[in-house]
Ligand binder design. Structure first.
Ligand code: NAG
Ligand code: NAG
Ligand code: NAG
Ligand code: NAG
Ligand code: NAG
Length: 613
């Protein structure tokens, strides 16, 4: 038995050894085109140019073989030429071929192609995506769809993920170990590897308060720390904890209650620290409601919503000797979701009120995201920490979710235009939350509706099979710009210059073939009617019949013609008109409804917004 094991070991070693010398990896090669030798360069044909480069390498690697007494069995193989963002190519090369390539004129860099693992926590599941099923099934993956987003955080270190420099899991950590491609249960107690582990450690380290010496010594025997607020922190001007407003004599050794309005949230904790405070309770102003975004802070900090904050403030201002403790209670599941964030931008569309904005909503609050290690987590100069991941909120976080979904849809529907993908996302979006109630807004002062979430929350597994799409061509968009009074010469600035706005054609902005409707009545209530035209393309079942279902906005009547759309083949386009007639005065400036085309399992929904100006 022992002998066989050793034998197997030796065989493996031998195979690996020869394999390493000959094995080919895929590299992305960045080239300076101007420096490529003239005999290899083919003007206007990069594929031929790089094939010539590869051929020359193959010639040289064969010559070298004799000297090394090694057989280079497989020639280098050109896979792809890059012309848009960089000049270069991708190729399968052995280590030896790569060495030769590095000496070729024009060579800039070689980056090995790597298979990357998903480093995400829960938003994939929240979106209804499941590994191995539906959009994430094997047949849809490896699909040549590349997403390019340049935003906050991706850094080379994220791509070639290494655990060096990461601290060991704290012994007090009670998190659950999850198997991952580079993270096995057996090494769980040794190193933190991967974003999931990072997140667990984040909970363990940050969820518990960072018990600095100052914090520990500020505690009484019950673990409570005295509180300072307003006058007890300095003066009436101390409310927002702005720089210079906190009195060190009063704040030292205390947790300071700070109003979250006015000024940078992180700076408030920095100001508390400078005034020798040991912690902070950050209270939401009314306009932020009960929204709790996770922010990095320099001191132990608890964020509380507006509702809770009222009690905290009342206690801090009336109790004789107010004290507080900050206790981490772990992650809470099962809360109402989705909820529209307070910071989310709202309609109506100021540039063109005849198109509803926003279009859709997607996860964007407290997202674990890559972060550049050369910038501190708070971006404040006084903060010297460096992290590879941070928790962020905003459109920068929603955008990658939607871009990823768009790429998944594109991988299944190669022929879909950007407008078709957007249409599928919009007409299949949902408007009810996990409690089966209409999606609400985190602040009570805003109501959630199409001007908060557009068509609704994205639902990738439904978007892949929307039944009908509202397609828009590039020319449609250019005509739409004409309707907004852009001139042909303005439009020529970003087109090839051959397009001219149609003369005397009265194009209505609202006729853009958009999957939603915004009707605007100017100058009164009972003020005539507005009519928009739409065209839908059948991408569902060849022979299918759709009937219209209306949810009529208050204050108007809605007429759809025709009421039935009968298709007999895929790709077939049929048009309909929606007329909205002003009827009676409503108390609000805008009212909402929807037009839904229904056929069997398909529900193709478009919101309607009616606004009186
Ligand atoms: C905890 O506080 C100490 C002292 O201020 C600091 O050095 C350390 O980086 C903090 N730890 C975290 C996880 O923020
Ligand atoms: C507060 O203001 C003082 C003086 O202007 C400045 O030196 C200090 O860096 C400021 N502190 C913070 C946290 O910005
Ligand atoms: C800070 O508070 C102490 C104690 O109430 C007081 O004596 C002092 O004048 C205050 N300092 C400032 C700058 O207001
Ligand atoms: C475009 O110009 C026409 C004619 O001057 C005007 O009636 C219309 O309101 C303008 N439309 C927009 C969107 O500015
Ligand atoms: C409403 O009234 C205004 C002026 O009173 C008019 O210009 C406009 O065309 C009318 N119709 C609609 C549908 O807004």
């Amino acid at each position: 038995m022992m002998f066989r094991k050793i034998l197997l070991f030796l065989v493996l070693v031998t195979t690996t050894y020869t394999g390493a010398a000959m094995a080919k990896n895929t590299y992305i090669i960045h080239m300076d085109k101007t420096k490529i030798a003239a005999k290899l360069f083919h003007e206007g044909d990069s594929m031929q140019t790089y094939q010539a480069v590869i051929d020359s390498i193959n010639g040289m690697s064969l010559q070298k073989v004799d000297a090394d007494q090694q057989q280079e069995t497989m020639p280098a193989e050109l896979l792809y030429a890059y012309e848009t963002a960089i000049s270069g190519f991708s190729a399968k090369l052995s280590t030896k071929q790569l060495q030769i390539l590095k000496k070729v004129d024009g060579f800039l860099s070689a980056t090995p192609d790597q298979l990357l693992q998903l480093h995400t926590t829960d938003s994939q599941q929240f979106l209804g995506l499941q590994n191995g099923r539906g959009l994430l099934s094997a047949s849809n993956l490896a699909s040549n769809v590349i997403i390019g987003i340049l935003d906050t955080g991706i850094w080379p270190e994220h791509i070639s993920f290494q655990d060096t420099g990461m601290s060991a899991v704290p012994s007090r950590w009670k998190g659950v170990c999850e198997e991952g491609t580079r993270f096995s249960k057996s090494n769980c107690n040794k190193k933190l590897i991967g974003a999931r582990a990072f997140f667990k450690s984040y909970e363990a380290n940050h969820g518990r308060i960072n018990e600095t010496e100052e914090f520990k010594s500020a505690r009484d025997q019950n673990g409570h720390v005295p509180v300072a607020y307003l006058e007890s922190a300095g003066s009436a001007a101390s409310k927002f904890c702005l720089n210079g407003t906190l009195n060190e004599t009063l704040v030292k050794g205390k947790i300071v209650v700070c109003d979250g309005a006015s000024g940078n949230r992180y700076e408030k904790s920095e100001n508390v620290k400078q005034a020798k405070g040991v912690g902070m309770i950050l209270v939401n102003p009314e306009y932020k409601g009960d929204e709790l975004t996770a922010d990095p802070h320099i001191l132990p900090t608890a964020r509380v919503g507006y509702t809770t904050g009222k009690y905290v403030i009342q206690y801090a201002s009336t109790a004789k000797k107010p004290t507080v403790s900050i206790i981490f209670k772990g992650t809470v599941y099962g809360k109402t979701a989705p909820v529209i964030a307070a910071f989310s931008s709202r309609g109506p569309n100021l540039v063109d009120p005849d198109v509803i904005k926003p279009d859709v909503t997607a996860p964007g609050v407290n997202i674990l995201a890559a972060w550049p290690p050369i910038v501190s987590p708070t971006r404040h100069p006084a903060d010297t920490r460096s992290v590879l991941f941070n928790i962020l909120s905003g459109t920068s976080m929603s955008c990658p979710h939607v871009s990823g979904i768009a790429a998944l849809l594109k991988s299944v529907h190669r022929d879909w235009s950007p407008a078709a993908i957007k249409s599928a996302l919009m007409t299949t979006a949902y408007t009810l939350n996990n409690k089966k109630s209409p999606i609400s807004d985190v602040t009570s002062s805003n109501s959630a509706g199409p001007f908060a979430y557009g068509s609704g929350h994205v639902d990738p597994e439904r978007a892949v099979d929307p039944g009908l799409i509202y397609d828009i061509t590039e020319e449609d968009y250019l005509k739409y710009l004409c309707s907004l009074n852009y001139t042909s010469s303005e439009i020529a600035l970003f087109t090839d210059g051959t397009f001219t706005c149609p003369k005397n054609a009265a194009i209505q902005a609202g006729d853009l073939n958009y999957p939603s409707f915004a009707f605007n009545f100017k100058g009164g209530v009972q003020n005539g009617s507005l009519e928009y035209k739409r065209t839908v393309t059948n991408v569902g079942i060849p022979t299918s019949c759709y009937a219209v279902q209306l949810e009529v906005p208050k204050g108007v009547s809605v007429i759809v013609k025709p009421k039935i759309l009968s298709f007999n083949k895929l790709g077939q386009k049929l048009s309909y008109k929606v007329t909205v007639v002003g009827k009676s005065k409503t108390s609000s400036d805008s009212t909402f409804g929807s037009v839904t085309w229904v056929s069997g399992k398909f529900r193709v929904r478009s919101p309607i917004a009616v606004t009186w100006q």
